[in-house]
Design a protein around this ligand. Structure first.
Ligand code: NAI
Length: 300
């Protein structure tokens, strides 16, 4: 069973993807009970059309998450006009702390996926507050950035998005690090297909892409919901997928006491292992900047 805390735009869309791809039954929890119940009812009524049998329950009762294999936290505020990242961080940190207490009490054996922004900081807090082993607490961020990176590479080359594979590491934010040296189209490195200015354009678009959507429609929903389902699938079905996930570091890449996006193998136990890649000096420099940004935010 999978619990999603936060039945807002991202949480409810993620619940629907998890159901339609038959990944598991879903409990959807929100402080606004009617919202959670209404979303659940709406999805249940969609089942005959999409043909899924998974159960969905909407509630405000945290005890309903009991025996969940995976708990996904999408509860919290999104950045509003005039709100700084620090304002958002302080507000959501309080929410995450209180929710982690509920998770530890009702689902002590679960894997805990954090989505609430700023996700690297919230993952750090969730790890520290939960006392769980580090493999069981991780954040969704870089896989979404990679989806965007892949989309823009495909667009520039006019090739199928399916054939483009790429990773993004670092902060899920402006200092993210698209791994240009490892991006490829059906195994062909993009550095042999695109020139420097094309690559720069793609990297810049990748970094601004979340904000570009927010500027137009206020929040991002479909892409985050899709990647939450991909991560849930990797964990529930033990698929050992390789993707960028925010994870707590203990010396990897020369970093400690920080949660930051890294390439990992995601499977039954959560983060099965962190992959340590050889990075170019340019990428190392960008990653260092990302680390400093997150460390500074944690200090705040
Ligand atoms: P939303 O405002 O539509 O939904 C948030 C929901 O959380 C609301 O329904 C609210 O009632 C609920 N909530 C707040 N406190 C709660 C609590 N203590 N217990 C239970 N429910 C509670 O927001 P949206 O668009 O769904 O975004 C949710 C979060 O996800 C935001 O922090 C946003 O920045 C983040 N996000 C992260 C992404 C990522 O890549 N990591 C991508 C997109 C959004």
């Amino acid at each position: 069973m999978i619990t999603i805390i936060g039945a807002g735009k991202v949480g409810s869309a993620a619940a629907f993807n998890i159901l339609r791809y038959r990944i598991g039954d879903v409990v959807l929890i929100d402080v606004f009970e009617n919202l959670a119940k209404g979303e659940a009812l709406d999805m249940m009524q969609t089942a005959p059309a999409i043909e899924f049998d998974g159960k969905i329950k909407g509630t405000s009762d945290f005890s309903e998450m009991k025996s969940s294999d995976l708990v996904i936290v999408t509860a919290g505020e999104a950045r509003k006009p005039g709100m700084t990242r620090i304002d958002l961080m302080n507000q959501n940190a309080k929410i995450i702390k209180s929710l982690v207490e509920e998770v530890v009490y009702y689902a002590p054996g679960c894997k805990l996926m954090v989505v609430t922004n700023p996700v690297d900081i919230m993952t750090y807090i969730a790890y520290k507050e939960s006392g769980f082993e580090r493999n069981r607490v991780f954040g969704m961020g870089n896989i979404l950035d990679a989806l965007r990176f892949r989309s823009y590479i495909a667009l520039e080359l006019n090739v199928s998005r399916e054939d483009v594979r790429a990773l993004v590491i670092g902060e899920h934010g402006d200092s993210m690090v698209p791994l240009v040296e490892y991006a490829a189209v059906s195994g062909i490195p993009i550095i042999s297909l695109l020139n420097k200015s094309q690559i720069k354009k793609i990297v810049d678009l990748t970094i601004s892409s979340g904000a570009d959507v927010i500027k137009l429609k206020g929040s991002t929903t479909h892409a985050p919901a899709a990647v939450i389902a991909i991560m849930a699938d990797a964990i529930i079905r033990g698929r050992n997928r390789v993707m960028g996930v925010s994870t707590y570091l203990q010396g990897e890449y020369g970093c400690s006491d920080i949660a930051i996006g890294m390439p990992v193998v995601l499977g039954k136990s959560g983060v099965e292992r962190i992959l340590e890649l050889k990075l170019t000096p340019e990428t190392k420099k960008r990653l260092q900047k990302s680390v400093s940004t997150i460390k500074e935010a944690i200090k705040n």
